[in-house]
Design a protein around this ligand. Structure first.
Ligand SMILES: NC(=O)c1ccc[n+]([C@@H]2O[C@H](COP(=O)([O-])OP(=O)(O)OC[C@H]3O[C@@H](n4cnc5c(N)ncnc54)[C@H](OP(=O)(O)O)[C@@H]3O)[C@@H](O)[C@H]2O)c1
Length: 244
């Protein structure tokens, strides 16, 4: 009979906060982690973690822009694992590859439909479909959690000019998380939108004050004991509310 390990699936795990969350989760001796990434075998971070943790780490191809890859990952997980304790939607883009930053960020006069649609697919449609696909396995866990990475840029209260596509898509994803939280609350499934803070990553840049390893441990310390208290909310890494 299968040993019931704490099973987590992190999508957008190749680098940045995603790989730091994988590393943090692997610190739990009872865990196994599935790292969802667009290109298998292309992440130095995951290569190093696989050497350290062996088969407690599984890589699966998940590209939010390729809906069939989400469905395939769902089927593979259902075959391999009894349940899923945690789904983390961490992958996101702030600009569309191959197009000027202004095409998605603005000013408004520079916006481009194709760039905005790319951001919607990657930051909203893909992660929402990942939630849908993984729900049956999450339902089989004792205290399942969906952690959706958001951003202060999603806040209408804090809105400033710029980052239009990123802000709009993260705000839309916040609403999707809140809707899903309301739908599954009675089943004991928590859904949390979390702003991780400004981090040194490819997206955040070198000037950012926060290290992903610190953020990853803060996130896990906050989420795990308090998931049902935080469900349906938009919070920072300490669990404090961020203005919608
Ligand atoms: N950095 C910050 O200061 C900051 C602030 C607020 C919120 N956030 C949020 O925190 C999360 C992590 O950000 P980060 O700074 O770690 O970003 P990052 O360093 O740019 O990493 C982004 C990750 O998303 C993956 N990704 C991109 N497109 C994808 C797709 N189509 N399907 C699946 N995965 C995809 C990337 O994979 P590849 O390696 O294949 O490109 C990479 O693993 C994001 O949701 C972001 O919006 C970040």
């Amino acid at each position: 009979m299968e040993v019931l390990l704490f099973t987590a699936f992190v999508i957008g795990a190749s680098r940045g906060l995603g790989s730091a969350l994988v590393e943090e989760l692997l610190q739990r001796p009872d865990s196994r982690v599935i790292a969802g990434c667009r290109r298998l075998g292309a992440s130095d971070d995951l290569d190093r973690l696989r050497k350290e943790h062996g088969d407690r780490l599984t890589e699966m191809r998940v590209d939010y822009a390729d809906e069939a890859s989400i469905a395939r990952a769902g089927s593979a997980c259902a075959e391999l694992f009894h349940h899923l304790d945690l789904l983390v939607n961490c992958g996101a883009i702030s600009t569309a590859e191959g197009l000027p930053a202004e095409a998605s960020a603005g000013p408004v006069a520079e916006l481009d439909g194709a760039a905005l649609r790319t951001l919607f697919q990657t930051n909203v449609v893909g992660p929402v479909l990942a939630c849908k696909t993984m729900l049956p396995l999450l339902r089989r866990a004792e205290a399942p959690v969906i952690l959706n990475l958001s951003s202060i840029r999603a806040s209408a209260t804090e809105a400033q000019a710029g980052s239009i596509g990123y802000s709009v898509t993260k705000a839309a994803f916040n609403m999707a998380s809140r809707k899903l939280a309301a739908e599954v609350r009675a089943e004991g499934i928590a859904v949390v939108s979390l702003h991780p803070g400004w981090m040194k990553t490819r997206m955040g840049g070198e000037a950012a004050p926060l290290y992903t390893s610190d953020v990853a441990s803060d996130v896990m310390r906050t989420i795990h004991p308090r998931a049902m208290e935080l469900t349906g909310r938009f919070v920072d890494t300490s669990g404090a509310d961020v203005a919608w």
